[in-house]
Ligand binder design. Structure first.
Ligand SMILES: Cc1cc2nc3c(=O)[nH]c(=O)nc-3n(C[C@H](O)[C@H](O)[C@H](O)COP(=O)(O)OP(=O)(O)OC[C@H]3O[C@@H](n4cnc5c(N)ncnc54)[C@H](O)[C@@H]3O)c2cc1C
Length: 314
């Protein structure tokens, strides 16, 4: 049987989880069971049903996120359900939970998977490696398999069914860490889930000039991001730093303003579907990675882009 981990954020299933459901129903040939921690909001389970999930099991009694506890509890449910292949959306949470589930299930595991498997000779998946600079083809040889798919890389295919919801109590596994407090990252749209990202670098000269970047992002319904030096200097919060040492993103559109395009920056953004670079230096390395380039001063180009985006929106 095929299962998914249905991560929820304040009771909501994000698009990445629906992609996992869609992937699971394309590789599975029977019931698809989803496991979530806590209760989803009203109507959320129906979203999973749209992508082929027949059963949702909600684990109650886990008070806070702890990867060890989640790993044990989720794996127990999956094993009890007779699941032999599990699909995760490769989110931050899944990066620590999926390997633990894989160990408990004695499964073969592949993360960063970007395509449906090739099953004519074994179970072969394509995965992104070296921060998206290359691909590896990997066979999952054990009977049990854990596959973590990169958000925004596989197609959502509807396969509507009806869903049965069951609630069970956690077995009470003890955690090894305690969350003492949390601070929610700012920004209206979480960077890792954004379809469009407007990002800026040192070319913006100072934090006082970010109004234009935010305005363009607001009009486009985009999240904002920045290069490492920008967050190091405190111009923008660290949660916006993308690249090798920051967040890796894969939006449909990445707009880079006044960012040189150093290899460490590109490592986190080069898998974006379409890249637009705006830079006053025609030799800036970003132009080699970009699909579209605008050679010009950001302080002249941005106001024009903002008014064109406003006009297009209206
Ligand atoms: C181990 C290591 C890890 C790193 N990890 C990361 C990482 O995760 N993410 C990251 O971003 N960097 C990372 N870096 C730093 C990286 O090497 C670059 O130094 C950094 O990305 C440069 O940031 P920038 O492009 O904003 O600034 P700069 O290199 O200073 O480039 C500014 C750009 O703006 C352009 N510009 C200037 N004025 C204007 C204007 N008015 N209009 C338009 N364009 C203008 C310039 O032509 C230039 O191309 C890392 C470095 C190391 C050594």
């Amino acid at each position: 049987m095929t299962g998914i981990y249905a991560e929820n954020s304040e009771g909501q299933f994000k698009k990445a989880v629906l992609e996992a459901a869609s992937y699971a129903s394309q590789i599975g040939n029977g019931q698809i069971v989803a496991v979530c921690v806590g209760q989803p909001n009203a109507g959320e389970a129906d979203k999973l049903a749209q992508y082929g999930v027949n059963k949702l099991i909600c684990i109650e009694g886990i008070s806070a996120f702890d990867a060890q506890v989640y790993g044990k509890e989720i794996a127990n449910v999956l094993i009890n359900q007779g699941v032999n292949q599990v699909v995760f959306a490769n989110t931050y949470e899944a990066k620590s939970v999926a390997p633990r589930v894989s160990v408990i299930m004695n499964a073969s595991m592949a993360s960063n998977v970007i395509e449906l498997p090739e099953t004519s000779n074994g179970f072969k998946v394509k995965r992104g490696v070296f921060s998206g600079k290359g691909f590896a083809y990997v066979t999952l040889d054990k009977a049990n398999k854990v596959i973590a798919i990169t958000p925004n890389s596989t197609e959502l295919k509807k396969q509507a069914t009806s869903i049965q919801i069951e609630t069970i109590q956690s077995s009470g596994s003890a955690g090894s860490t305690t969350i003492t407090s949390t601070t929610k990252a700012g920004g209206k749209i979480p960077l890792t889930e954004a379809e469009i990202v407007v990002s800026a670098g040192r070319g913006m000269k100072g934090p006082e000039n970010w109004g234009m970047v935010e305005e363009l992002a607001e009009i486009l319904g985009a999240a904002t991001a920045c290069s490492k030096p920008v967050s190091d200097m405190g111009w923008r919060p660290h949660g916006e730093h993308v690249g090798q040492t920051g967040i890796t993103i894969k939006p449909n559109l990445y707009i880079a303003i006044g960012i040189s395009g150093a290899i460490q920056h590109l490592a986190g953004v080069s898998s974006s579907k379409v890249i637009v670079a705006i830079n006053k230096d025609p030799e800036a390395p970003f132009f080699k990675a970009a699909d579209y380039g605008i050679v010009g001063d950001a302080f002249e180009v941005l106001p024009k882009l903002i008014s064109a985006a406003k006009a297009a929106k209206n």
